[in-house]
Design a protein around this ligand. Structure first.
Ligand code: DAH
Length: 352
């Protein structure tokens, strides 16, 4: 007769059941003992070959082991299920006190920031913000601003001319009369070299008193370097009323520069020349007794410009100014190369 060590069987089963760490293995172990061909099942199957006495003894013993294996399996299954449940909870737990993930969000370009800031300051002083076309006619960009063809002053602006064969009516008037029709010229188109054309465009349509600023992109056909770009931004200003003087200009521009640079600054006006202003001056600023730096051109609106816009220069006075927005931004943020603004270099852009 085969000696069957029930005690050892039970010890082995218990060890294996305890060691399992998942329900699938547990199922396998259960089958190993109590499946169709399981070790304990085999004992039951062999009982019929035994004598009644032996059968009773082994049967009872095997039954006990069977119940115990069943019991242990059930127990272990419960434990494993509980572990699974805990793991699941742990995995799905949300710690609401943890700081959120920081999303990278975009931001405005430094020139846009500066433009908005400048607009806000001037708006608070009663100026309207006006925009105009980047493709201009020769008339608005030059002639109407008292810069006739072949005038040496045109050399101040290296111009991108457009190759156009279009005939554009002389835009002095929207609805031309007969003599104006005879006067129609083929207008050459160009990329505006400054924002000054908007002085004329605006005064044609709006009766003074008026106060406007015109931020916008301009273009010049020149070699680029740290302080020159073929595209850049300007800020034009125009104030027209019955009684406007250079003193009004100085007060307004001083207020603007102080608010923009957020420090006390000194300003100085130097005589200069622009065809569309008389007298003309250049405005320099300095901070903390430092070096004088040029910030903008300005002057009293030239009578020819009023005339070009259809206003009687005897009735109106005004001042105008033109500043480089890039230049203002460079001074404010101590940037030494204008080309950085147009470089799309994130190392530069992310600083704003
Ligand atoms: N348009 C001039 C330029 O681009 C700047 C300027 C100077 C504008 C004097 C003005 C002004 O309105 O009065 O160089």
């Amino acid at each position: 007769m085969v000696k069957i060590d029930l005690k050892n069987l039970k010890v082995e089963a218990r060890k294996e059941i305890k060691k399992t760490d998942n329900l699938k293995d547990l199922d396998e172990i259960f089958k190993k003992y109590l499946g169709k061909k399981g070790e304990i099942t085999r004992i039951f199957n062999s009982l019929k070959k035994l004598s009644p006495k032996e059968r009773k003894k082994l049967g009872e013993g095997a039954n006990l082991v069977k119940r115990e294996v069943e019991e242990m399996t059930k127990e272990r299954a419960k434990e494993l299920q509980e572990e699974l449940r805990k793991q699941k909870i742990e995995k799905e737990k949300i710690d609401v006190t943890r700081p959120g993930k920081k999303l990278e969000i975009g931001h405005l370009h430094p020139l846009t920031l500066v433009q908005r800031e400048v607009e806000e300051i001037f708006q608070s002083m009663g100026f309207s913000v006006i925009i105009g076309p980047e493709i201009e006619t020769e008339w608005y960009n030059f002639d109407a601003l008292n810069i006739p063809k072949d005038h040496p002053a045109r050399d101040m602006w290296d111009t991108f001319w457009l190759r156009n064969n279009q005939k554009i009516p002389n835009p002095k008037s929207q609805i031309p009369n007969k003599s104006q029709i005879l006067n129609f010229k083929s207008q050459k188109l160009l990329l505006r070299t400054h924002t000054s054309p908007l002085q004329v465009r605006y005064m044609e349509k709006h009766q003074p008193p008026l106060r406007i600023i015109v931020p916008g992109r301009c273009f010049r056909h020149e070699a680029t370097d740290a302080s020159h770009e073929i595209q850049f931004y300007q800020l034009e200003g125009l104030v027209v009323d019955k009684d406007i003087s250079g003193a009004n200009f100085k007060a307004i521009i001083e207020e603007f520069l102080k608010r923009f640079f957020k420090t006390d600054i000194e300003i100085r006006l130097r005589p200069s020349f622009f065809p569309f202003t008389e007298p003309s001056f250049e405005i320099d600023i300095r901070r903390k007794k430092g070096k004088w730096v040029e910030t903008m051109g300005a002057g009293m609106v030239h009578p020819k410009v009023f005339e070009a816009a259809g206003l009687n220069p005897k009735n109106w006075q005004g001042f105008a100014f033109g500043a480089g927005l890039d230049r203002l931004a460079m001074l404010k943020y101590k940037i030494n190369d204008i080309r950085l603004f147009y470089s799309s270099d994130l190392r530069f852009l992310k600083q704003f």
